[in-house]
Design a protein around this ligand. Structure first.
Ligand code: OOB
Length: 529
């Protein structure tokens, strides 16, 4: 497709035509949608952040002012900007401002550190980096000073950089943005090696959020708590911030998802909907035993990012007074939701069914052949909001997709007669630590950089709280290092903390498969409690 930035792969024309014809792609841009919403919902509150309450009209105005300011700085269409902000209003304003000029945010997570950020900057050739001053004890300005980017914009005290609040220009008529162009680049947690970037277009992302809002039956009376990091696809658009704004509701920013922070916000702001990962949902249930806040406004909590135990699904409605909805999604696209009318069995034991009538799902064996209905196999998918290729990853794309464009998810599923999917495991080399994705290869490379590590395998071990823990299995070169030393080494290399091993096992040798690769399956079997 001609309008996509260099390095992004679009849908073949016959598919694009079908998605338009069926009304999924409406030719909207994210910037244009905010204008429409401001017209429809004017003085209603769009975003609440602490004491700040921002109306739709005001959000629209701020996005115009910032868009003009960014243009004045020299930021232009298709420029990539790494955005690493916590859940604050500025994130939302920036997203729309960039969308209006056709510049592209790269959605870094707050927990990312030098290793991830330098990789994202290099991979995307970013010209800018937008950060908080200090967040959770980490001074992002120091990291920014090490990067080779033209613009560093800071929410808060800018230090040697530029305060985002000073980036302001006279709102003006802007060149139209193509709805088929890339609106944002999401970070993949599920790929081999270093994280890949997922191009999402205006058309596809608008549909993603709108259809999700429909499935969750969002209305203007809903108040969505942004509990997980806003840069993640899930709280951003499933239905998340974009979904709630599309119906005229309110997005309430939470600095953290933990019950001590979130419950007070639920009570104060009358939160009706949120999205959580399973460990957090478990904490919410447990916290109801001693919490005193009024949670009666809650009507729906989505749970996804990792598999939810049926007992948690059962415990949530009575404890929290709301529906627990399973969502099995991926930044690459495909979303599966349980639906309000689903049977108790499906609500508790399935991870939902595809969002769109045009989501195509195949379940295949190791040879790529469809399995018998109901059997376990790898989930392949294509559809109106699922990527056709990672950004600047031509070689990787050749194997990550089938020749006819299905994305190989690496997830093992079985499909029920109703269409619902049950997640049974995965074949991709990723550890899912309570919803946070740790690519094993990325960790192993950095472990091997330690002088006392001769061989390394990163595996997930079962854990009651997080689902999986990160375990580093090594063969030592000389005196084995301690876990603490390895973690310090990884921190030194700038790896995000959530990717650092929780456990260390030192072995004399690693088990091998028949073809001589490290057998992670044997390791997991050997080391699981
Ligand atoms: C969400 O997105 P990602 O990109 O961080 O991770 C995707 C992967 C999936 O391929 C699957 O392995 C796992 O996370 N996953 C689940 C799950 N939801 C995601 N595994 C089992 N059960 C579930 N319910 O995690 C994400 C994106 C949008 C909405 C929700 C989650």
């Amino acid at each position: 497709m001609s309008t996509l930035i260099d390095g992004a792969v679009g849908w073949p024309e016959e598919f694009a035509a079908r998605y338009r014809e069926r009304g999924y792609w409406r030719g909207d841009t994210l910037g244009g949608l905010l204008r429409d919403w401001a017209r429809s919902f004017g003085d209603d509150i769009a975003v609440v952040c602490g004491e700040e309450r921002v109306s739709y009209r005001e959000l629209d105005r701020r996005a115009d002012v910032l868009a003009a300011g960014l243009l004045d700085l020299g930021i232009a269409r298709d420029d990539r900007i790494v955005v690493q902000l916590p859940n604050v209003t500025e994130f939302v304003v920036l997203l729309f401002a960039l969308a209006r000029i056709g510049a592209i945010p790269v959605m870094a997570l707050p927990a990312h550190r030098r290793a991830e950020i330098t990789h994202l900057v290099e991979l995307s050739s970013a010209v800018g980096y937008v950060i908080p001053d200090v967040f959770q004890g980490f001074d992002h300005r120091t990291l920014a000073a090490e990067l080779d980017v033209r613009h560093v914009l800071v929410v808060g005290d800018p230090g040697e950089h530029t305060a985002l609040s000073t980036v302001a220009g006279e709102p003006r008529e802007l060149d139209p943005v193509d709805p088929t162009s890339v609106a944002l680049l999401l970070i993949s947690g599920g790929t081999t090696g270093r994280p890949k970037l997922i191009p999402r277009t205006h058309d596809d992302y608008a549909y993603n959020a709108r259809a999700s809002a429909e499935v969750c039956e969002l209305t203007s009376a809903d108040r969505y708590l942004v509990a997980l990091p806003i840069a993640h696809n899930y709280p951003l658009a499933c239905p998340g911030v974009l979904g709630i704004l599309g119906v005229g509701g309110t997005a309430v920013m939470a600095p953290a998802p933990s019950p001590d922070v979130a419950f007070a916000l639920v009570e104060k702001e009358g939160v009706t909907v949120t999205g959580l990962v399973p460990p957090m949902a478990r904490m919410w249930v447990e916290a109801t035993e001693w919490s005193t806040e009024d949670l009666s406004s809650l009507r729906l909590i989505e749970v996804g990012g990792a598999k939810m135990d049926p007992d948690l699904a059962r415990a949530m409605p009575p404890a929290l007074g709301c529906v627990a909805q399973q969502v099995f999604g991926m930044a690459e696209g495909l979303l599966n939701y349980t639906r309000p009318g689903d049977s108790t069995d499906l609500l508790e034991n399935s991870q939902g069914r595809p969002l769109s009538p045009d989501d195509e799902v195949r379940v295949v064996d190791a040879d790529g052949h469809d399995v018998e209905p109901g059997a376990v196999g790898e989930l392949l998918t294509r559809g109106p909001y699922t990527l056709r290729g990672y950004y600047r990853a031509e070689q990787y794309n050749a194997t990550a997709f089938t020749p006819d464009g299905f994305y190989r998810s690496g997830d093992l599923v079985r499909q029920l007669p109703s269409g619902h999917l049950v997640v049974e495991g995965r074949i991709k080399d990723v550890i899912n630590r309570g919803g946070e994705k740790v690519p094993a290869g990325e960790l192993e490379d950095l472990l091997l950089a330690h002088p006392a590590v001769a061989q390394a395998a990163a595996i997930g071990l079962p854990d009651e709280t997080l689902g999986e823990l990160v375990c580093a299995v090594i063969v030592a070169a000389g005196t084995p290092p301690k876990l603490k030393q390895l973690r310090a080494h990884l921190a030194e290399l700038g790896l995000a903390r959530y990717k650092q091993p929780d456990k260390l096992v030192v072995l004399d040798r690693l088990p091998l498969t028949a073809v001589g690769k490290i057998s992670k399956r044997d390791l997991v079997a050997q080391l699981s409690p």
